[in-house]
Design a protein. Structure first.
Length: 257
């Protein structure tokens, strides 16, 4: 059996977090879905897996709620179950950042379609910033992208206020796994007075899905928070595993090495 994997998020005001949590948990459980769903007053963020038709039916059910009618899902697949159980949690934020002024509803950077991304990051005057954490960047990133060397996303504002602060009039092009971190990171830069902030629509996952490998500027694997560990072009499963000691991704080796 091949498993479908759906990653999605939506920044939208949620005033009934407990009721939404219970409804999502019950519907996903009835469908045999596994994965993680985070709910906060600012929206929803999830990666779930299951039988392809069950994923489709779950998304159709969720989109019947007017708040999620335009919900976009990034779809991939897995040969083995990528999650062991279902978790539906209420959190203060759907992606932990810790700075309320980074409010995507107040304004985010300009979206760049994956098909147009290469031209943007190939411009030598553009500062390209990977908003992910150091262990994610270690296994793959775009050519010439800057590494903020963060261990957690809430470290990013310190990088923005330090290394980036002198570049408020330059174009800053940012990217992350699925797009959600860039919503807050670009909102933060705009609040800090940066005047030309753009980000990759749909994140690395959408880029790897639609941009042919032969014209890609992506190098390496894209870390994902499930049993697959990393994805490559075409969203095929990568060749990484998690270290049993430190929990960081490492390249797989042949058994006879």
């Amino acid at each position: 059996m091949s498993f479908a994997v759906s990653a999605f998020y939506k920044f939208v005001t949620v005033t009934d977090c407990e009721a939404l949590r219970d409804a999502v948990f019950n519907r996903a459980t009835d469908s045999g879905l596994k994965g993680t769903v985070l709910i906060a007053r600012e929206g929803i963020n999830a990666t779930i897996s299951g039988a392809p038709h069950e994923i489709d039916e779950f998304l159709a059910w969720l989109r019947r709620d007017p708040r999620f009618a335009d919900l976009e899902s990034k779809q991939s697949s897995a040969e083995a179950a990528p999650f062991r159980r279902l978790k539906v949690k209420i959190k203060p934020e759907i992606v932990t950042f810790g700075f309320p002024e980074a409010d995507p509803s107040a304004g985010v950077g300009t979206y760049i379609a994956p098909e147009d991304w290469n031209a943007v990051i190939s411009d030598p005057d553009v500062i390209v910033v990977d908003t992910r954490n150091d262990y994610e960047i270690a296994i793959g990133t775009f050519e010439n992208a800057r590494d903020p060397q963060t261990r957690v996303f809430s470290d990013f504002p310190a990088y923005a206020d330090g290394d980036l602060a002198a570049n408020k009039s330059r174009r800053i092009a940012m990217f992350c796994t699925g797009g959600i971190r860039c919503e807050k990171a670009t909102a933060y830069l705009i609040q800090k007075g940066f005047t030309d902030v753009v980000h990759l629509k749909g994140g690395i996952l959408k880029y790897l899905e639609v941009v042919p490998e032969e014209s890609s500027l992506w190098r390496g694997g894209c870390f994902v928070f499930d049993e697959r560990v990393a994805l490559e072009h075409g969203l095929s499963e990568g060749r990484h595993t998690l270290c049993r000691v430190c929990g960081f991704p490492i390249p797989e080796t042949n058994s006879d090495e």
